[in-house]
Design a protein around this ligand. Structure first.
Ligand code: ADP
Ligand code: ADP
Length: 237
């Protein structure tokens, strides 16, 4: 369970990123967050992995209290919460396999893994993750040679290799063409069903949100202004 209790975020600039959010996301749910640019979607997901600190209120992720957590606790949290970005954030000059193994680096920071001396079990997890997104045949191709959709699938595999409790995706399809965007959304939805990993996806297209969101959260000016099913979302956001 992810639980926001009266959570606000105020940036050092004075901007209110989140304004008194109360929200519960049960384990295994697939949630889509929609809203215009500046609504607070990124801030919301970045509080869940501790990238943006909570100014007031209480935020719990599983059995961790994120608000007010120590640096050490936040590092552990980030090992359990995987993140996918609009810009894929791959190391494009190296192989797909090396990129996916970076997900293991988030999960285990042993000295061996820091110098790339991976255990067989790490490589196995990486292959499994690549299989799950259907690009295992690209394992030894340079990431720069893949299309945008393939690169985003590598990013999903990297997160899966981390074996997270939660996957956060911040506008993961914003730089993809519509068919590829649909494919990536289908992948995320299928992975959620197969593995039961709680998934929170930020989108700024309501049609994609309606198609894929079991639950849609609408944001405006740092507040939740809609929380319901796709059917209810018609003219709410
Ligand atoms: P998005 O709409 O996809 O969140 P933005 O262009 O708003 O992208 O933000 C890009 C980056 O700039 C993010 O890291 C965000 O946290 C940061 N950012 C956004 N607005 C501000 C601001 N007013 N002051 C400082 N940094 C900002
Ligand atoms: P969205 O993801 O919906 O585009 P954001 O969460 O990025 O919205 O932004 C919410 C508000 O917080 C906006 O007013 C934005 O300018 C501001 N903001 C985001 N990141 C920063 C930052 N690092 N510093 C200052 N203000 C920020």
């Amino acid at each position: 369970m992810i639980r926001f209790s009266d959570v606000s975020v105020r940036y050092p600039t004075g901007t209110l990123g989140l304004d008194s959010i109360d929200l519960e996301i049960p384990d295994g749910q697939f949630v889509v967050v929609v809203g215009l640019s500046g609504a607070g979607k990124s801030t919301l997901v970045r509080t869940i992995n501790g990238l943006v600190p909570v100014t007031s209120g209480t935020l719990e992720v599983g059995d961790r209290t994120v608000s007010g957590a120590s640096k050490r606790a936040l590092r552990k949290l980030r090992a359990e919460v995987g993140m996918i970005f609009q810009s894929f954030n791959l190391v494009t000059r190296t192989s797909v396999m090396n990129n996916v193994l970076l997900g293991r680096l988030h999960a285990t920071s042993t000295l061996r893994s820091l110098v790339g001396a991976w255990k067989a079990s790490d490589t196995e997890l990486a292959f499994e993750a690549l299989e799950r997104v259907g690009i295992v045949d690209k394992a030894y191709v340079r990431a720069s040679q893949l299309s945008g959709g393939q690169q985003q699938r590598v990013a999903i595999a990297r997160v899966l290799a981390q074996q997270p409790q939660v996957i956060l995706a911040d506008e993961p399809v914003a730089s993809l063409d519509p068919p590829t965007a649909n494919q990536v959304m289908r992948d995320l939805q299928r992975i959620n069903r197969e593995l039961g990993i709680t998934t929170v996806v930020n989108l700024h297209f309501l049609d994609l949100a309606r198609t894929y969101g079991q639950r849609i959260i609408g944001m405006r000016a740092g507040k939740v202004v809609f929380d319901g099913t796709a059917d209810q979302a018609d003219d709410a956001v």
